[in-house]
Design a binder for this molecule. Structure first.
Ligand code: CS2
Length: 490
């Protein structure tokens, strides 16, 4: 089969959407750090829609960890397909906004030189929660993080996202060039402010003058990003290549829904995002909170409980009426009342989320969402629980989500088989779980002692302990499916 490439585009059947602009005229305006599947199904698609009228906003992507995206896209001239899936079928579309992918480890100097170039006006990021090298419970830079220690010692050859950004900014400052805007597109709370705090702190540790300059001149808009993007499987690769009639080494699987809300704070210009369906607003935080709590909070709860109950995909868990009812009850009864007011119908939003989770064609693995729980729990479940505790309200469903995470990180499933727990803290989690055995109180006490996740307020809260320990006891005794069924009967 011929490989997808600029030259091969003319072989595509006419009903497959493709770049409606001359790619040869497109120049880079954005460097994106962490060019994984999510970015390629989200921001890169919005930018693809912009390029016909604004060809100076092409994207150069960089991978910070593995060179596999570069290896897949380089022979394809940066082209790839997204496959939009629902019960009605799979619709492929070719995306052309990624001009080049760099391997940050092998091409560090080239990448920094580009980031320091005046033509780059936005540096965006999807490096996942752990890529910020911060303490998830406080949002502050983790100064003991090995990559941060390295990047402070050798600032000219940085490994971390904060290190790369600050080195590029330092070069621009030295050359008298305006700083670029730093735009986080990760699911962190107040992602703009959090990134600003981390980057400014790193800059200050390098040089107090640079720290002040970053604080004064660099814009860090917050964004709310949303599109569900399951990892591509070999069967997906084959299926999409068959649909295209061209080989695509890395198509991206996704859903019809997409949403992007951006705070209008840019220091070096921006494309007219609103012309391609982005909501550009003054204050993104209420949207972020709504999405992190309603979507991601429910997602993580479904992932841990669903995995334990033997459901491979989110849609499999949602097909169990008890699970569906538990999730919608938690959203309606426990999460919605904590949300700040916003011009959104939260009940319609909930219904749309439930339908998205039910999408049978998406095949989103519970195991995928279960990853990196230590980085996700604070903003997805714990903040909501704190608000409920403060208002003296119940939080049974949310606490079951936390208990399911605790049960999950023991690394042994309900049939005694090993769980492949992926988490930057996995060694610590495992050691705590091994010591606690199947004793719910010991497990709870060990895990809440991890300050980066729980902080002292929750670790010491008696009501929180009581509810979570009770759920944990039930999970050990009856298993996840029965625990969920019991909860909805209460
Ligand atoms: C998911 C998210 O993997 C996860 O943790 O909850 O990636 C989720 O699919 C996206 O945030 C949806 O926008």
């Amino acid at each position: 089969m011929t490989r997808l490439s600029n030259a091969a585009l003319s072989d595509l059947s006419t009903d497959i959407a493709r770049p409606g602009y001359d790619r040869a005229r497109v120049t880079p305006g954005i460097v994106h750090l962490g060019i994984g599947a999510f970015h390629r199904a989200h921001m890169a698609v919005y930018v693809d829609d912009l390029l016909a009228s604004h060809p100076d906003w092409g994207i150069v992507g960089a991978s910070l960890r593995r060179p596999d995206t570069k290896e897949a896209l380089e022979p394809q001239d940066g082209l790839y397909s997204i496959a939009v899936r629902d019960a009605s079928g799979t619709k492929p579309r070719i995306i052309g906004s990624v001009l080049e992918v760099m391997d940050a480890n092998a091409q560090r100097e080239e990448l920094l030189a580009l980031m320091a170039d005046v033509k780059i006006r936005i540096v965006s990021l999807t490096v996942t929660e752990k890529g910020y090298c911060h303490d998830p419970s406080t949002g502050d830079l983790d100064e003991d993080h090995p990559d941060i220690v390295h990047d402070l010692e050798e600032p000219g050859t940085p490994r971390s996202a904060p290190g790369l950004i600050v080195e590029a900014l330092a070069r621009r400052k030295a050359a008298g060039i305006e700083p670029f805007t730093v735009m986080s597109c990760d699911n962190l709370p107040a992602n703009g402010k959090t990134t600003a705090r981390i980057v400014a702190k790193f800059a200050e540790l390098r040089d107090p003058d640079l720290g002040s300059w970053v604080k004064e001149h660099v814009a860090f808009p917050s964004t709310m990003v949303d599109r569900i993007v399951p990892a591509t499987t070999d069967a997906d690769r084959q299926g999409v290549s068959d649909l295209l009639g061209l080989e695509d080494a890395w198509p991206i699987m996704t859903e019809p829904f997409t949403q992007w809300v951006i705070e209008d704070t840019f220091c070096d210009g921006r494309p007219p995002f609103e012309s391609v369906g982005v909501q550009v607003v003054e204050d993104v935080e209420p949207y972020e909170l709504m999405k992190l709590r309603m979507l991601n909070g429910a997602h993580s709860t479904l992932a841990y409980l669903g995995y334990l109950a033997g459901h491979e995909h989110v849609s499999d868990a949602m097909a169990d009426p008890a699970f569906r009812m538990m999730i919608s009850g938690m959203q309606t009864g426990e999460i919605v009342p904590t949300l700040p007011s916003l011009d959104v119908d939260f009940y319609a939003y909930r219904d749309e989320l439930l339908a998205r989770f039910e999408n049978p064609a998406l095949k989103h693995r519970t195991w995928q969402i279960a990853m990196d729980g230590s980085q996700k729990l604070p903003q997805r479940l714990l903040g909501t629980i704190r608000d409920r505790i403060e208002a003296k309200l119940v939080f049974d469903g949310l606490a079951l989500g936390v208990a399911a995470w605790m049960r999950y990180v023991t690394g042994v499933d309900e049939n005694g088989n090993a769980i492949d727990v992926k988490d930057p803290l996995s060694d610590r989690l495992r050691a705590i779980a091994d010591e606690a055995g199947r004793d719910p109180e010991a497990l709870f006490d060990g895990l809440v002692g991890i300050n980066e996740i729980f902080a002292a307020d929750l670790a010491r809260n008696a009501a929180f302990r009581e509810v979570v320990v009770q759920h944990l006891a039930n999970l050990f005794e009856k298993g996840a499916a029965a625990t969920v069924a019991d909860l909805i009967e209460e």
